[in-house]
Design a protein around this ligand. Sequence first.
Ligand code: HEC
Ligand code: HEC
Length: 460
Amino acid sequence: MQPILPIDGLETLLPPAAAHEELCTADELHTAFPDDADMITRSFCQDKKPGGVMPTPKELLDLQKQLGLDFKDPNGGNGVGGNPAFAVLAHSSALTARRVSTITPTTFVFTPPPPDGSKPTGQYSVLAFDPGEQFVEVASYDPTAMKMNFYVVFFDKDCTKAGCSNGDLLTNTLTTGWSNVRVYEDTTALNNTIFDCHVCHQPKDSGEPFLRMQEIAAPFTHWMSPQTEGGRALLADFHEAHPTEDYGGIPATLLDKSDPSKLAALVTQAGAGAQPNAFPSAIIEAELKASAPGQPVVNDPPGTSATWQSLYDKAAEGLFIAPPYHDVKATDPTKLAAMTNAYKSWSPGGADLPEIRDVFLDTALRDMGFAPKAGLSGRGLLVQMCQECHNANLDPTVSRDLFRTDELAKMTREERDLAIMRLNVQQTSRLTMPPPLFHTITDAERTQMIDELKKDPSAP
Ligand code: HEC
Ligand code: HEC
């Protein structure tokens, strides 16, 4: 099973013009709309002001400028001298985690947190770059509503209609040549698609949306950083493929200044310092090193950590999203070397690039949460593979709330049959479950889940 995005995944969203109207309709709270809203709304809805025009960003840099997140001094520092703050992540547990590694890391460019450690109260934003995808994710704070808002910004490229090549999407050309830029908030129909941000950023419908960072304490295991041993090992792998190029909206001259402590500070100051199922990096890295002395540079054979195992087990019980992998490196050294060579020898006009994001250690996919824990029962598989998006805490108004894995016993025969159908749907469809971008399963595991769903609902 390939971790693909469905081709019809956006079918249920409003067309661009209607989406713009939805974004740009003022409510009673905002008396100076759009200027007193979050930066996404403020910048994209300027046409609602007399004489104002809607911006049409042509590249990532234009969007960065709209959000005040462009680099003023490529030879300066991280979050100082007018530059935004930034951090680069080599292994993620977010929406496009399955695409993120040292060769195609995700970048976060954000408004620097107040240096005095206070709560940021003005307009501020975090831009998350999704490697190889025709969208970026943004969290943007609305100081009037005092709320963190989550958006996907989709864009087209010239190749979009005909189908983009890997060379178009997996090199820095992804960040330029944008058109048809459209913005969807997670309070719209987006919340009934696999792009729903609530799953992780507002897992309890009754709670407030919040920023995420599971590895929020030093040494920030999977974050690139010149300050930590692991961070340096990840930077070294990154530079094998990208010795001197701009990447994910960050100038080449600055990439080595990636600093996860700045994002940790922002997340904490914004009030989300206590993360669900947080990943205690220092303890886990110490246990790993004791188990496998070549860590963090050598990750095959992998290390072990009892602390990590208990986080993983809680996630497998459906209580939280998966923790990141235990080792610093999530990549297969042989695959990574091959893809690094392919990337370095690629030139426009020649043969297409291979899918360079396919560099994970196959044997570690279960520990990364992309595939289920080995040896689970049919019910256990349903919990680990479905519950994060199908549980009673989430927004009850979305249709997928009809299927709740945490209340399997209450589920009707009809709903069970629908779930069986969805487990059998062709994998390129948006209807396929579990969504392969998040979780991939074997045929035997699929059969086990179907057998469980075939049982009489009233049976224990
Ligand atoms: C499967 C869980 C998951 C989903 C779904 C998800 N995120 Fe996240 N998000 C995370 C995690 C975990 C992080 C921390 C960094 C990482 O692991 O990549 C994060 C980080 C972010 C950040 C950087 C700021 C921060 O919170 O640290 C932004 C911006 C963001 N996500 C936006 C979104 C948007 C917009 C959506 C919906 C389109 C979304 N996310 C959906 C889990 C998720
Ligand atoms: C990443 C989030 C995610 C995961 C994981 C997930 N789903 Fe879904 N599921 C959705 C979304 C979003 C919808 C609503 C849109 C749609 O109907 O396709 C949905 C809809 C459904 C529906 C239709 C509910 C109804 O009555 O309309 C069923 C049944 C379903 N999923 C079953 C499953 C099963 C079984 C699994 C695990 C094997 C699973 N899902 C895992 C996101 C997810």
